[in-house]
Design a protein around this ligand. Structure first.
Ligand code: ZN
Length: 412
């Protein structure tokens, strides 16, 4: 009776309170229709038997609205579970796609960083990969480098040779091999007839024959100005570290340091560079005149020289225009540089970027009857020496670039 009373009271209350009616009458349905849920949810099943036992008459009722609500609730749970599952799957797919995308795109930064690091000269990463490339690239039959062999060069040789780059960035090392080649120009062939100089003017002996030939030809081509007693003057050649320091200090004091390099960073140290002036019949030292300057500008490359500091390259060389300063680098290099409007910095970089042995084709250049093959070999920084590929026979030269490797010039 107590149960019935309470049931009756509930029913009364149910009519008064629809929301309560839904709740209380829904639960028996749930426990009656879905016993399996009670098993999976002990806390629910444990509280419901009291309710269902207290309201047996309700079992027979067909409350359609009531029946409809519960499946919705369970459906919502199922839908939520389903949505969670879908979200989980989508998340996994997104993660997988992203991982694949990252893996693919990770190749691009590697390439980009390689290009970036190859711009800097002292990148050991670039050098190592490049070294591996050329060492493992065996010459193919019929290829331009067929019959080439590996010749070991000490890495200290990077600072030696006709093509050394000496500027604000690359200091000269004064190798002992260079010091042995420095000779006085006083008394050389042509001295006193084509040109004059003091006994203190010294140059690298390897450039003397080319220089004397150039000055003789210049005199012949400019007879109108150089046949009346005026002579060419080599006003400066090889400079010691101490002398360059003196010059630089003076330049700073007079505010003309734009024309002067710091001690150790002047290519006058190499003995491969010289300054040309005119020594007049009246004993005055003057700059090259227009006809003489024009002739040198047009012809010096044929003797292996370049005007090292042209006006249009001052942003690269960091030296103001010096039309009187000539630098020997060898005929094919000087001609290529002149024909293509480069400065030495740009040429060294061109060989490194586009003509590294084993990674790209060499620079092929023809001058007269001579055909040249020019390529760059990076120094092997993992070792104290570098295996440089050279022809097994024939004429070739190897020069350091004073930065990061060797430049091989093969004459065919
Ligand atoms: Zn100079």
């Amino acid at each position: 009776m107590n149960n019935n009373d309470s049931n009756f009271n509930r029913q009364n209350r149910n009519t008064q309170n629809p929301s309560y009616q839904q709740q209380s009458s829904n639960r028996p349905q749930q426990s009656g229709n879905r016993p399996q849920q009670g098993g999976s949810r002990p806390q629910q099943g444990g509280s419901r038997p009291q309710q269902s036992g207290a309201r047996p008459p309700q079992k027979g009722k067909p409350p359609k609205k009531k029946v409809r609500f519960h499946p919705n609730k369970d459906g919502i749970m199922a839908i939520i579970a389903l949505l969670l599952g879908v979200i989980l799957v989508i998340t996994i797919i997104v993660c997988v796609v992203k991982a694949i995308s990252d893996a693919v795109s990770s190749d691009k930064p590697t390439t980009e960083s390689y290009i970036t690091t190859s711009d800097t000269l002292d990148s050991s990463t670039t050098t190592e990969s490049t070294t591996t490339a050329f060492v493992t690239t065996a010459p193919q039959a019929g290829a331009w480098n067929e019959g080439y062999v590996l010749q070991n060069y000490s890495n200290t040789k990077v600072g030696e040779g006709d093509l050394v780059l000496v500027n604000y960035e690359y200091e000269y090392s004064f190798p002992s091999s260079m010091e042995k080649k420095i000779i006085s120009m006083y008394g050389q062939t042509g001295h006193g007839t084509s040109y004059v100089l003091g006994s203190n003017i010294k140059l690298n002996t390897t450039i003397v024959p080319s220089l004397v030939k150039m000055l003789d030809d210049m005199k012949e081509a400019n007879a109108d100005t150089l046949s009346n007693g005026d002579k060419l003057l080599i006003s400066s050649g090889h400079r010691t570290l101490e002398y360059q320091q003196e010059l630089y200090d003076k330049a700073v004091a007079s505010g003309t340091e734009g024309y002067s390099a710091k001690a150790g960073y002047s290519e006058h140290h190499t003995g491969l560079a010289l300054d040309l002036k005119i020594y007049t019949s009246k004993g005055a030292t003057i700059d090259l005149r227009a006809n003489e300057q024009d002739w040198l500008t047009s012809n010096c490359a044929n003797y292996g020289f370049i005007i090292r500091y042209p006006s249009e390259k001052t942003d690269i060389t960091q030296i103001l225009e010096e039309s009187w300063h000539f630098r020997y680098i060898g005929v094919p290099h000087a001609q290529y540089i002149t024909e293509n409007g480069l400065c030495l910095e740009e040429y060294i970089e061109l060989l490194r970027e586009e003509h590294t042995y084993g990674k790209a084709e060499p620079l092929k250049y023809t001058s007269g009857d001579n055909e040249y093959i020019i390529y760059f070999v990076p120094a092997n920084e993992a070792e104290s020496s570098t295996a440089v590929p050279v022809p097994a026979s024939g004429k070739y030269t190897v020069s350091g670039n004073n930065a990061d490797g060797f430049i091989v010039t093969v004459t065919k």
